[in-house]
Design a protein around this ligand. Structure first.
Ligand code: GDP
Length: 746
């Protein structure tokens, strides 16, 4: 009989009860309460993968084997319930996890918090936010698909945030499963020093179990839903292979670990413990990646993966977390937070996720230091607002449990706290600490948006308000000139997903326009201004004069807009300075060259003049606007465009084609690497040239090429692109441009 992995649903009440029973049971039987709260017994992990690798199924299995849920549902199963982690309708339909949710469970006296990281390239902010909060990760790969484009993306992000990881090669049961090939790709495409710590016993239909290479034992998953793990001898016909692979593991470890290196040189066999310690040491340093295998769907290999999480991924005390003390006008100071769970240091927590859901407004936090108790008051460092906490909860997807206190290393949630994701909370209001702000890239694509039916306006506003709060890379603006509302984000799909969510969750279908790249206008060289705004005929007069300089900022600050007041004396009275700044910032919203926002410029107000009666904030605002207009006429300007870091990988025979295509798209190759028949090219390509690349790459590499891209920075665009943008804009404004003059200016 085949194993039934599709179980029927139970009423939600039943599930909730089970959860509570399980908690009671695990506390009663396994360990004391205090043991559950030891730092060494906590793991905050993420599960990252390319879409469809089985991340959701694996998470579901983990929750099942750890006793957090009583039943399993297949993700796209007939029961219409979906896996527990996928709480959103849309996610279920798309089969991808868009929102990260945090859930916790216990395994062998360890408390494991799983932060569900979305894998899609367009949702990098959510991934980055989640990665910031995790201490370790499981990278799930498909035995057939291997390293795919999102694998490259999440791999790069793990590298950036220095997140130690384990690899789990899933779907051993699929036709065409080839974990050896996937391991090869991990080495060649991801540059991991990786080796198997397990081997499959049979593949495809014949997938029976796995061999643990460290312990040198075969493991079979038996009983209902593979709940019983039976240990046995390694099958006779696999002994030679297992010896070879174990040797390979030791060799890979010896390259990066001195202790094992010595054994290797002396040709001695390290003990099981030696190997385990070496795997842990090197995995934590990210110099080695242990590779595990299994099939989540067929319930094989999940429990040993949990053991590996406990054995080889770091606890919160092994990861350094830094906060900043920021005072106005001073360099921020770094402070290392104390992860000890003794509650002696003041509480510091980071809000990493907001969710308006079934239970109202929920804020997910990670506690980095100290203790927080029910009834405590906390301060939002950014806004200074104080809130008293009526409830603290821990979450398991759709269910929650009240807790009385949380300590450093814990992930938890609060109700009804008004904040933005990335905000730091403290209990001591004098503590001006903030966690490093989360890296938030500027949105690079925008689309016009409006509700299909005007009756839905209210819902539209509600949806926009919620989404922009949850996702700092999703922004909403109104372009007064063309009377259009615009949404901007990190890619076309990013915006499309939100438009679909508006329809599904807010009953508000919307119409999206064509995607537009977010160009910027900037100055090439400093330009002085001296502008007098004067209107003294009839009625209340207006008089204001501003002199100063508009300067380009250095390239690494070219997305900023700065204003400095360098006036001495009272020629420009202090109360009018805000007017000058306001005028400048308003003008910066829309450049006169091509209608795009200004960036990478600094407005230095040096001097000016006022009139005792006729000066006002308004007059200074208008003077400042006039000054910018004059700089547009006299200064030399250029247009900046977002440049993307693109990573393409494909079999060697397509290298020439791929390079050719990237060149055609004005890409600059910044590096190539390759091993074992595959190459990886790193290139920088203007976003404006990337539309349609996915299809081109697919068709020119017989579907074998993969790519990922990520925003890098803004850079001046090609002269012909600039010329076209300027002339299109001028034409749309009804301005006839003298081409020759235009050229001279550029
Ligand atoms: P996610 O997009 O990474 O979260 O992947 P899902 O968990 O939604 O899985 C995608 C599809 O792969 C679903 O149809 C799963 O049933 C299927 N799947 C997951 N794990 C396995 C596995 O081990 N073997 C096979 N054959 N299919 C699997």
């Amino acid at each position: 009989m085949t194993i039934t992995y599709l179980l029927r649903i139970r009423p939600p009440l039943g599930v909730a009860k089970t959860v509570i029973e399980n908690v009671k049971r695990s506390f009663a039987s396994n360990a004391t309460f205090a043991e559950h709260h030891k730092l060494e017994n906590i793991r905050n992990i993420g599960i990252s993968a390319h879409i469809d690798s089985g991340k959701t199924t694996l998470t579901e299995r983990i929750l099942f084997y750890t006793g957090r849920i009583k039943e399993m549902h297949e993700v796209k199963g007939k029961d219409n319930v979906g896996a527990t982690m996928d709480s959103m309708e849309l996610e279920r339909q798309r089969g991808i996890t868009i929102q990260s949710a945090a859930t916790y469970t216990t395994w062998k006296d360890h408390n494991i918090n799983i932060i569900d990281t979305p894998g899609h390239v367009d949702f990098t902010v959510e991934v980055e936010r989640a990665l910031r909060v995790l201490d370790g990760a499981v990278l799930v790969l498909c035995s057939v698909g291997g390293v795919q484009s999102q694998t490259l993306t999440v791999n790069r992000q793990m590298k950036r945030y220095n997140v130690p990881c384990l690899a789990f090669i899933n779907k051993l049961d699929r036709t065409g499963a080839n974990p050896n090939r996937v391991l090869g790709q991990m080495r060649s495409k991801l540059n991991h020093n990786a080796a198997f710590i397990q081997l499959p016993i049979g593949l495809e239909n014949n997938c029976q179990g796995i061999v643990d290479l460290v312990k040198q034992k075969a493991l079979y998953f038996e009983g209902q839903l593979g709940l019983t793990v039976r240990e046995d001898e390694i099958p006779q016909d696999m002994r030679v292979e297992c010896d070879e692979r174990r040797h390979e593991l030791i060799e890979h470890l010896s390259n990066v670990d001195d202790a094992i290196g010595e054994f290797f040189l002396e040709e001695k066999m390290p003990s099981e413990r030696d190997i385990m310690n070496a795997i842990r040491r090197t995995a934590l340093k990210r110099t080695f990646t242990p590779v595990l295998v299994g099939t989540a769907l067929k319930n094989k290999g999940v429990q040993p993966l949990l053991d590996a999480v406990v054995n080889y991924l770091p606890h919160p005390g092994e990861v350094e977390n830094i906060a900043l003390i920021e005072k106005k006008g001073a360099e921020p100071q770094q402070v290392i937070l104390n992860p000890a769970r003794d509650g002696k240091d003041p509480f510091v927590g980071l809000a990493f996720k907001l969710e308006a859901g079934r239970f109202g407004q929920l804020t997910y936090l990670r506690c980095y230091q100290g203790v927080l108790r029910k009834g405590d008051s906390i301060y939002n460092v950014r806004s200074g607002k104080k809130v008293r906490l009526a409830r603290l909860v821990r979450l398991h997807s759709n269910n929650m449990e009240d807790v009385n206190e949380v300590y450093a290393g814990d992930i938890f949630a609060l109700f009804g706290v008004d904040c933005a994701s990335g905000d730091t909370f403290v209990t001591d209001s004098k503590l001006e600490l903030s966690m490093e702000s989360i890296f938030v890239p500027d949105p690079v694509v925008s689309m016009a948006i409006h509700p299909t039916h005007s009756k839905d306006r209210d819902n539209f506003s509600k949806a926009i308000a919620r989404f922009t709060k949850e996702d700092p890379t999703f922004r909403f603006t109104y372009d007064a000139d063309v009377k259009e509302t615009l949404v901007s984000g990190m890619g076309e799909l990013h915006l499309e997903i939100y438009s679909q969510r508006m329809e599904r969750e807010y009953n508000c279908p919307v119409v999206l326009g064509k995607p537009k790249v977010a160009f910027r206008e900037t100055l090439v060289a400093p330009c002085e201004f001296d502008y007098l705004h004067k209107k003294q005929s009839g009625g209340q007069g207006q008089y204001a004069r501003v002199t100063g300089m508009l300067e380009p900022l250095p390239p690494h600050l070219n997305t900023n807009v700065e204003f400095v007041d360098e006036t001495i004396g009272t020629n420009v009275p202090k109360q009018f300075i805000p007017g000058v700044e306001k005028g400048f910032r308003q003008m910066a919203e829309k450049g006169l060259l091509s209608g795009h926002r200004l960036s990478g410029v600094k407005f230095r107000l040096i001097d000016g003049a006022h009139h005792i009666v006729d000066s006002s904030e308004l007059a200074f605002m208008l003077a400042s606007q006039g000054a910018i207009k004059s700089v547009f006429e006299e200064g030399s300007w250029q247009i900046l465009e977002p440049i993307m870091m693109v990573e393409v990988t494909a079999p060697d025979e397509f290298q020439g084609t791929v390079i050719g295509q990237l060149n055609k798209r004005h890409g600059i190759i910044t590096g190539t690497e390759g091993t074992e028949g595959w190459f990886t090219i790193h290139a920088e390509v203007p976003l404006n040239d990337m539309f349609g690349y996915a299809g081109e790459l697919r068709s020119s590499t017989q579907g074998k090429g993969e790519f990922s891209m990520e925003y890098s920075r803004y850079s001046p665009c090609m002269p012909e692109v600039q010329e076209k943008l300027v002339s299109d804009y001028q034409a749309s404004q009804g301005i006839v441009v003298d081409k020759k003059q235009q050229k001279k200016k550029n």
